[in-house]
Write a protein that binds this ligand. Structure first.
Ligand code: HEC
Length: 127
């Protein structure tokens, strides 16, 4: 009976690890890239701010928004929003103040704090 419980616990552990799209290596690389951003926290922040309402974001449950572009393969892009070079600082600036970069963009300024933008940028680079 006890061993059956242990096996069940191991299976649940494996399944939940499988649901996490973030590899340890990508999380660490993203932390270095963003100067301390935490991708796992970023994934939670993305839902807190409601980015998922407008964007499709892989690994974020329910993120199937079609108003903005899909936020996939961000780490392979040259530009952000067709406006600025894709660097960690620029991505953080865009997430915090898109209207300062492109005054007519449909993406709203959502009052994202600097630390939250760092964590969200880490997630977007790590996914
Ligand atoms: C009301 C809809 C809306 C919400 C909410 C929203 N965005 Fe956007 N986002 C857009 C639109 C529209 C664009 C395209 C902007 C442009 O090119 O002018 C965009 C562009 C972007 C881009 C650039 C994508 C690219 O292909 O270069 C990133 C990154 C981004 N958003 C991240 C976020 C994050 C992170 C959040 C949450 C903090 C968020 N967005 C919330 C509508 C939204």
């Amino acid at each position: 009976m006890r061993s059956a419980l242990l096996i069940a616990a191991a299976i649940v552990g494996l399944l939940s690890a499988g649901c996490d799209n973030l590899s340890e290596r990508r999380v660490k690389e993203a932390a270095v890239l963003t100067n301390g951003g935490d991708a796992r926290v970023g994934r939670v922040e993305i839902r807190k701010y409601g980015c998922n309402a407008c964007h499709e974001i892989s690994g974020v449950p329910g993120a199937r928004g079609l108003i903005g572009p899909p936020l996939t393969n961000i780490n392979q892009r040259y530009y952000i929003a067709g406006e600025i070079a894709n660097t960690p600082n620029n991505l953080m600036s865009w997430i915090q103040h898109p209207h300062q970069i492109e005054p007519h963009t449909l993406m709203p300024d959502m009052g994202v704090s600097e630390q939250d933008s760092r964590d969200i940028a880490a997630y977007l680079y790590a996914q």
